[in-house]
Design a binder for this molecule. Structure first.
Ligand SMILES: Nc1ncnc2c1ncn2[C@@H]1O[C@H](COP(=O)(O)OP(=O)(O)O)[C@@H](O)[C@H]1O
Ligand SMILES: CC(C)(COP(=O)(O)O)[C@@H](O)C(=O)NCCC(=O)O
Ligand SMILES: [K+]
Length: 242
C-alpha cells in the first residue's frame, strides 16, 4: 500500500491507497498524533509527501515516518512541467509543492483550463489556460492569518467569535472584523470569476480548510477537498512506472 501525505502549514492530510483505490484517509493538526485514525495493521510499501511546512517540521515528519514504517520517504516538489502542464515560475522550486500538485490533479482530469483556489493557511489562486500553461497566481493571507494579524498587530482591535458569512457593514469591533474578512473574500471571489472569464477559463475548483467558507460567500466552484493528494498520487504513480 502507498501512504500519501499533504503536510500544510496548519494540518496534515494522509491517504492510504492501493493502486487508484483509497483504503483510508484522515487529517489532523501537527501537534496531534500525526496519523490519527491510521489503520495499524496496514503494510505500507511506499511513502510520498507533498509539503510546504518549514524545514525543521519536515525533518521531524521524516524521522517519525521512517521510525514508524522503516522505509524511506519520497518528497515531491513543484516542477517546471509535466504531462503538458507548464509552470509559469522561472524557478519552480520556489513554488509551494501543494500548488503544483493541486494544479496537476485538475489538469489531468480534463486537460482544459481551470482556476484552483486553495483556501488553507494562506489562500492561493492559480490560473491555467486550455493549453496547460500556468498563467500565474496569487498568494493571499488565509482566514485565520487575517484574524491573527488584526488581533496581534493592533492594540485596540479586541474581538472574539468565529468567521461569519455576513458581509454587511459592522457596528461592533467583532462584526467589523468578521464581516470585513467576508467582504474582502467576497470581493476576491468575484474577481476570481471575472478574471477567469476574461482568460476564457470556465472551470473553477476550490480546496483547502476554508473552501466551504468561500462557497458560502458565493464562490461558484467545484469543491475538491483532496485535490493536493490526488495530484500527488498521480505524480507518484507516474514516477514509479518510469
Ligand atoms: N478543524 C479545523 N482545524 C483547523 N483549521 C480549520 C478547521 N476547519 C477549518 N479550518 C480552516 O482551514 C485553514 C487550514 O486549512 P488547511 O487546508 O488544512 O491548511 P494547510 O494546507 O495550510 O495546512 C485554517 O486556517 C482554518 O481557517
Ligand atoms: C502559499 C503557501 C504558503 C500555501 O500553503 P498552505 O496555506 O496550504 O499551507 C505555500 O504554497 C508556500 O509555502 N508557497 C511557497 C511560495 C510560492 O508558492 O511561491
Ligand atoms: K493554501
Amino acid at each position: 500500500m502507498r501512504l500519501l501525505i499533504d503536510a500544510g502549514n496548519t494540518r496534515l492530510k494522509w491517504r492510504l491507497a492501493t493502486g487508484d483505490a483509497v483504503v483510508a484517509e484522515g487529517l489532523g493538526a501537527f501537534d496531534d498524533d500525526l496519523l490519527s485514525g491510521f489503520p495499524a495493521t496496514s503494510r505500507v510499501r511506499r511513502i510520498s509527501v507533498s509539503t510546504v511546512a518549514a524545514e525543521p517540521r519536515r525533518q521531524a515528519l521524516t524521522e517519525y515516518l521512517e521510525a514508524r514504517f522503516s522505509i524511506p520517504v519520497a518528497y515531491h516538489w513543484a516542477e517546471s512541467g509535466r504531462g503538458g502542464l507548464v509552470n509559469a515560475y522561472e524557478d519552480p522550486r520556489r513554488m509551494g509543492a501543494d500548488r503544483w500538485h493541486a494544479m496537476y490533479a485538475a489538469w489531468i482530469e480534463t486537460r482544459r483550463g481551470f482556476v484552483v483556489v486553495d483556501a488553507g493557511s494562506a489562500i492561493t489562486v492559480d490560473f491555467v489556460d486550455d493549453a496547460g500553461r500556468h498563467i500565474g497566481g496569487y498568494i493571499l493571507p488565509g482566514v485565520q492569518m487575517m484574524l491573527r494579524s488584526l488581533k496581534t498587530d493592533a492594540a485596540r482591535i479586541l474581538f472574539d467569535g468565529t468567521p461569519a458569512s455576513d458581509s454587511a457593514p459592522g457596528t461592533t469591533t467583532g462584526e467589523c472584523v468578521h464581516h470585513g474578512v467576508s467582504w474582502m473574500l467576497q470581493s476576491a471571489t468575484e474577481r476570481v470569476l471575472t478574471d477567469a472569464e476574461q482568460m476564457g477559463i470556465q472551470r473553477v475548483i476550490v480546496t483547502g480548510g476554508d473552501a466551504g467558507f468561500l462557497l458560502q460567500l458565493g464562490l461558484k466552484a467545484d469543491y475538491r477537498p483532496d485535490l493536493v493528494l490526488d495530484g500527488l498520487a498521480a505524480i507518484d504513480a507516474e514516477d514509479l512506472a518510469l
